[in-house]
Ligand binder design. Structure first.
Ligand code: AMP
Length: 401
């Protein structure tokens, strides 16, 4: 995005051999042997690291890991992640036992041009989450410039995502740029019509999201458990289904707000039901207006899937958050699978820009075998949701401050 300074500008502004700090998200899941279970976030970081290395900078990688709450906790050391990064890059990656002070400065100065050093967990210092000026200044001290490549941490005003930008020239990393471009294509300046899918368990956790989307998209597909609350708000009985009775007025208010903005809300016409939320059941298909008292809705039905796919056919842009049913248990993954596969096929034909993320969405789309064929799948949880809610993210705002 044009108001941020890019890595090309960094290379033009900064002498070769300078120390550059890059804020990454190395907060990846590790197993008990310290092996990375899902390296997606590391893979996305490689282009920025490779470019900075090719341009001959000395690179320090900053990140949080877990929630050590300002204490040194050995299980939350970034050392194993530095090793994983070295394997992926095919070049050695040094490790410094602290992210500030002489330890950090000496490790960074000792690097050869193009060398990379992971600095220990920023959250081992209380100043990180407190966005303390003294700590931010200490982080920035060895660096000629700072790059933020961690969109997933950008919803937090912490020293390594926010305060540090007061003490070093600030640039936008390639992964951050790709994320912001995708988000802008989805909701900033999208091709219309725009359809949004919001699924998942409850309305109560997605109120701001539903409010913002209903004012900005053309069609809002509501699925998953939260669709039950909307059906109940329209006066239909939903049997034993997950339903937030305290949210019925809220659901009605969201529907009224959507109507005011010309946004069509698409609720499931039919449903896959079973006696309980458990594996090994067969689904019965019923009208969403005729759910028996002793059954619960666990997925959208085949007619609803046809409606959703037809909405995708009409759309130029799709934003997706949350599964359409209890996708972890077969056969209640059918709606999520079929709709995701259809969106992926339209994307591959060049008909649809599809952007997805938040919570269980990545797992649901991967379960459907569709994630790779979306235009963009965000690995950021909270930051992606806050952005969908229309909030300003401190780490993004600080890039152009
Ligand atoms: P969320 O974290 O709010 O995105 O919710 C995701 C969870 O919603 C998944 O674990 C799904 O199993 C669950 N879910 C989706 N549809 C239903 C449903 N109809 N009834 C109960 N849980 C559901």
């Amino acid at each position: 995005m044009s108001d941020f300074k890019t890595l090309d500008q960094l290379s033009a502004d900064t002498p070769r051999g300078s120390i550059i700090l890059i804020r990454a998200d190395l907060n990846v899941p590790l197993d008990e042997h310290g092996t990375v279970r899902d390296a997606t976030r590391l893979e996305r970081l490689l282009p920025s690291l490779e470019k900075l290395s090719d341009d001959g900078f000395r690179i320090g990688v900053l990140s949080h890991f877990g929630r050590p709450k300002g204490q040194r906790v050995s299980e939350m050391s970034l050392a194993p992640v530095a090793d994983a990064l070295a394997n992926m890059l095919g070049q050695p990656v040094a490790f410094a036992d602290d992210c500030i002070g002489d330890t950090a400065a000496n490790a960074l100065s000792a690097l050869a041009e193009g060398g990379i050093c992971v600095l220990e967990n920023t959250r081992f210092h209380a100043g990180e989450e407190a966005d303390e000026a003294g700590f931010a200044k200490a982080l920035a001290a060895p660096a000629a410039a700072y790059v933020n490549d961690a969109f997933s941490a950008a919803h937090r005003a912490h020293a390594s995502t926010h305060g540090i930008t007061n003490y070093a020239p600030t640039y936008c990393g390639l992964a951050m740029q790709a994320e912001l471009d995708a988000l802008n294509a989805a909701l900033g300046a999208p091709q219309r019509p725009v359809v949004a899918v919001v699924g998942g368990a409850k309305i109560s956790t997605k109120l701001d999201l539903l409010g913002n989307l209903s004012a900005r998209v053309d069609t809002l597909v509501i699925g998953g458990g939260m669709a039950n609350t909307f059906l109940a708000a329209q006066g239909y009985s939903v049997g034993k289904s997950l339903c937030e009775d305290a949210m019925l007025d809220t659901a009605r208010a969201i529907m009224a707000e959507a109507e005011k903005h010309g946004c069509t809300i698409l609720l499931p016409r039919d449903a896959a039901i079973a006696p309980e939320f458990a594996a090994g059941q067969t689904a019965d298909i019923v009208s969403a207006k005729a759910v028996p008292d002793d059954k619960m809705i666990l997925d959208a039905g085949p007619a609803a899937i046809i409606d959703i796919c037809a909405a995708f056919d009409e759309a130029a842009t799709l934003i997706w958050n949350g599964p359409l049913g209890a996708f972890e248990i077969e056969p209640f993954d059918a709606a999520t699978n079929q709709a995701a596969q259809h969106a992926a096929a339209l994307t591959q034909k060049g008909q649809l820009t599809s952007v997805a993320g938040g919570g269980d969405t990545v797992a649901a789309l991967n379960h459907a075998g569709a994630g790779e064929n979306f235009s963009y799948v965000s690995t950021a949880g909270g930051a992606f949701l806050e952005w969908l809610e229309g909030k300003s993210l401190p780490g993004v705002a600080a890039l152009s401050a």
